[in-house]
Design a protein around this ligand. Structure first.
Ligand code: IPD
Ligand code: CA
Ligand code: CA
Length: 302
């Protein structure tokens, strides 16, 4: 990926997107306080008036601030998609949390630059990122080549060098849930680390890798609006992001492995093993567990 050129225009990307994310986040806080009705986009894929209102606000503000820029939003926005710049917008990442009153969600805005001759299915360069957690008032920002920040202070990935001492995170899809093998990875990584969190916002998971609260995050089948901002944050904070085979991350690759860089190879090794069916840790099935429990109870009675 080539570095974006420095100009007074690109210096406006993060401050302007931050102001927009703060405004959208304030609206989300209001909706959260009053409570909203939940609708279904799919099986358990939820959406609320808060998602749609925040996306509309972000789309309108971006159009005024950067009239040439494209916008690609989760709730359907597809504007000026042929241009050099494109914002990937997740107006509310963590909708399931939001809908249940679980206060962990964010606004995510990631800017990609696609120079004129970029082949259409190839990624451009991620150049700016803003993730805002309105419940903790935490604003994560990054610009390509200029580092990553949390509320204005520089952040860095953690220095923990082994999975066995790591806290890591994952997520599960809300569509085609039966097609996902992730619960097997969840089990194996739980047994090999300090623990695996499933907090329900991929963008915040990535921001947490960037600021060293987590050593790694992986997920199958995320979309560009979930990842664009978080990927740049992790990279600018000194971390590494690839697919599960170690190839460079692509926004449409549907495989996201983000780490503090130090445990990346170790995790890739586990992905290789697990995909090959090697090194699985046996755990009792619920039926086996119930049988042992019944045997214990019988022994106590005899
Ligand atoms: C979801 C969250 C969740 C992840 C899902 C995403 P949404 O986004 O990021 O953590 O596990 O795969 O779809 O629907 O809340 O914007
Ligand atoms: Ca999302
Ligand atoms: Ca969303």
């Amino acid at each position: 990926m080539s570095a974006a050129s420095e100009s007074s225009v690109d210096l406006q990307w993060v401050p302007t997107a931050s102001a927009i994310a703060l405004e959208a986040g304030a609206r989300l806080r209001e909706f959260f306080a009053q409570g909203v009705e939940t609708e279904y986009k799919g099986d358990v894929d939820l959406v609320t008036v808060a998602d749609r209102t925040a996306e509309k606000l972000i789309r309108e503000r971006l159009a005024v601030a950067f009239p040439e820029h494209g916008v690609y939003g989760e709730e359907g926005t597809r504007e000026r998609m042929a241009g050099e710049f494109r914002w990937y917008v997740d107006p509310l990442d963590g909708t399931t949390n939001f809908a249940h009153g679980f206060p962990h969600f964010c606004v995510s805005l990631g800017l990609e630059q696609r120079p004129p001759n970029t082949v259409s299915d190839r990624d451009g360069t991620l150049v700016a990122a803003v993730i805002y957690d309105p419940m903790r008032n935490e604003l994560f920002t990054a610009e390509r080549g200029r580092g990553a920040r949390l509320n204005g202070k520089p952040i860095h990935v953690s220095s923990i060098p082994v999975l066995a001492e790591s806290l890591i995170a994952t997520g599960f899809p809300s569509r085609k849930r039966h097609d996902s093998p992730n619960v097997h990875f969840y089990q194996e990584f739980t047994l090999r680390s300090h623990g695996v969190r499933r907090a329900g916002s991929a963008a915040l998971d990535l921001a947490y890798v960037a600021c060293g609260r987590l050593e790694a995050f992986w997920e199958f089948n995320l979309n560009p609006w979930d990842t664009a901002a978080g990927i740049l944050l992790v990279e600018e904070a000194g971390g590494l992001v690839t697919d599960f085979a170690g190839h460079p991350f692509q926004l449409n690759s549907h495989e996201t492995l983000a780490t503090n860089a130090l445990i990346h190879d170790e995790l890739l090794g586990f992905f290789r093993d697990l995909f090959a069916g090697r090194n699985l840790s046996p755990i009792p099935t619920p039926h086996e567990f119930a049988q042992r429990r019944a045997e214990r109870a019988a022994r106590l009675l005899s």
